[in-house]
Design a binder for this molecule. Sequence first.
Ligand SMILES: [Zn+2]
Length: 303
Amino acid sequence: MNNDFCQKFIFEDADVRGELVRLNTSYQEVISKASYPPPVKKLLGELMCASVLLSATLKFDGSLTIHARSNGAIPLLMAECRSHQLVRATAHIDEKSLQSPELANNHDLQALLQDGKLAIHIQPKNGKQYQGVIPLEHSSLSACLEDYFTHSEQSPTKLIFTSEGDYTSGLLIQAQHTSQHAATHQESGKSQSRWDHLTQLIQNAHPSEILALPIERLLTRTFPSESMRIFDKKAISFDCTCTRERTLSALSAMDRSELKSLLEKKSVIVVDCQFCSTRYKFANTDISHLVSEQTHDPSNRPH
Ligand SMILES: [Zn+2]
């Protein structure tokens, strides 16, 4: 049974929408790929939940990626959600730094992603792509995202992430109307106080309830006396877009001299997909033409 889903809800008497996401199978798929230490597992879960919640909120056909790059213990962390809730995620880690006493059980985002950059990238099937840089000014991913949506996107947002074992979950509420949209000052003040009230209430949601309680009960307990409409669940699955062709194109983006020395040393080049671990093997003769043909692509994006 697929336990992975997201589910939208709206408050009938407030211009606020919400979304719950729960991941198990897809999360397991991601965290079982390497022996990630607990802070990395937790962050991967949060990033996966965030990618689902944000793509559900932004409603578009295409892909949404959240990635973090840093000079610290986690050089790369990324999660992607594509149309029909297809997700994948990966992390590159510096195991030695993560074992250090300062980081072994440290969940502080700024400590784990030293000098890091967090960004959100949206690639619609049709239309222009969008990239937003999320300042890494808080110790948790939820606080960084809340700040970004509230201040840069003028969509006041409140987020709670929680993980336990192979389960990870996220609960989001987002104001649909800001003071700029309100017709009168009075209306704006009323929306603000409703929003403040709901953000107070969401803090009471217990992590274990966000992870497992049926959504009706979770929302009734978290927002008592609020009238809400809950929409149908949408199933989420792990899915990778890697192919032999894309892997070959990633190889062709490698530095020419690096590729040349690799070909001199090995008769077969083996590339494992960092998301799904599918193994692609290329005989030396399959790719030797790349050394003479290739043009260097500095972006060298993960395939
Ligand atoms: Zn793959």
